[in-house]
Write a protein that binds this ligand. Structure first.
Ligand code: KG4
Ligand code: ZN
Length: 354
């Protein structure tokens, strides 16, 4: 994406993101105006393993990080010396992958003599709906739905998050990927399940929707995932249930689509229901949604129907999955407040916000 016009005010931040299997760099002005957003996906490298192989990921980041940074600068019509700060996703993620981004960011910031800002990837996902958009009013509710996290936050102010609920087992994106694998779809499974679900009957299977209690804002997706497994492979025999039916109906294209659609109905229902309850308990005027699953067609539609009366921010599709524009954008507030990091900034596998 190329932007011909650049705003005259506000800092220019170069963002770097290497937490998982996307090598990304972006330039964002004033925290919101995205001047470039480059993402080199590694999906083809990990596809045959049906999951990210950490060592392959770190090596691929090493090969790609410099060309990706160069491209981000040239697409923004900038030289490295024009940048006011370098921001990097330094947690959570695969430690070897994070280290590549953190080392590149430090080297660049040090040589340019500009500040370095370490950004929490989960918090950054909540910034995605603010990119190329108007500011929102706080407090806001936040929903992060990614491959590693599924959490609801009360956001008092940018960077000031309070966790109200989180998954107690699988993240929703992880459940999507596992269901994609069970249904023998391509990798990653989330977008494939979404596509297949469009051809199925969402009421064909009565799968469970986890943790129905109204006052519990946590999520659980492992029961739903197991129900899909049993619908496809049959219920395994066990000593306490020797007469359980093991055989299942033949897997036809119709049945596969019905299972995908029914799974998607239940996964989305859990997200919308808990977010609705959170907003009842803590009234807010705005909702920020982020993470790869915010690209999901049914989730976007149901959120729009349910929360249309609020200032609901669904990220543009290019900012849903991992990208560096959200990292650069989330860093701008920190730079404003002078909360930059030192050269001892390190990578961490876990989130400070989850
Ligand atoms: O935010 P993200 O790019 O990486 C993490 O921080 O984890 O999210 C990736 C997740 C994957 O599980 C992927 O299958 C899922 O987002 N995803 C989707 C869709 N697009 C990506 N899940 C459901 N429907 C989609 N359209
Ligand atoms: Zn992510």
């Amino acid at each position: 994406m190329r932007h011909e016009t650049q705003p005259s005010t506000g800092p220019l931040i170069l963002g770097i993101e290497t937490s998982c299997d996307e090598t990304a760099a972006a330039v964002v002005a004033s925290g919101v105006n995205v001047l470039s957003n480059i993402v080199a996906s590694q999906h083809s490298l990990h596809e045959r393993y049906r999951g990210v192989v950490p060592e392959i990921a770190s090596r691929a980041h090493l090969e790609r990080i410099l060309p990706v940074i160069h491209l981000a600068l040239s697409e923004a019509n900038l030289a490295a010396a024009d940048v006011d700060a370098v921001a990097v996703g330094h947690r959570p993620g695969l430690i070897g992958s994070l280290l590549v981004g953190v080392s590149a960011a430090k080297a660049l910031a040090w040589s340019l003599e500009v500040p370095i800002i370490g950004v929490d990837h989960v918090e950054a996902h909540l910034h995605a709906g603010l990119l190329n958009a108007e500011p929102i009013s706080y407090p806001a509710m936040g929903l992060v739905v990614s491959g590693g996290h599924t959490s609801i936050y009360l956001i008092h102010a940018p960077g000031d998050l309070q966790v109200l609920g989180r998954t107690i087992d699988d993240a929703v994106g992880e459940a999507y990927d596992k269901v994609g694998s069970i249904l023998e779809l391509g990798y990653p499974g989330g977008p494939e399940v979404d596509r297949l679900a469009a051809h199925g009957d969402a009421s064909a299977f009565d799968f469970p929707i986890g943790l129905p209690e109204r006052d519990n804002l946590n999520f659980s997706f492992s029961g739903l995932k197991t129900a899909v497994l049993y619908a496809v492979k049959g219920v395994p025999a066990a000593p306490n249930r020797p007469d359980f039916r093991r055989e299942v109906a033949e897997m036809t294209p119709r049945r596969r689509a019905d299972i995908a659609a029914s799974f998607q109905r239940c996964a989305v229902a859990a997200l919308v229901r808990k977010l609705g309850r959170a907003v009842e308990l803590q009234p807010v005027r705005s909702i920020l949604v982020g993470g790869g699953v915010s690209a999901n067609s049914r989730l976007r539609q149901e959120l729009g129907e349910r929360f249309g009366g609020l200032d609901l921010r669904l990220p543009a599709m290019e900012f849903c999955v991992d990208n560096a524009a959200m990292i650069a954008g989330a860093a701008a507030g920190r730079l404003d407040r002078g909360k930059v990091d030192g050269w001892d900034l390190s990578a961490h596998a876990t989130s400070g916000a989850a």
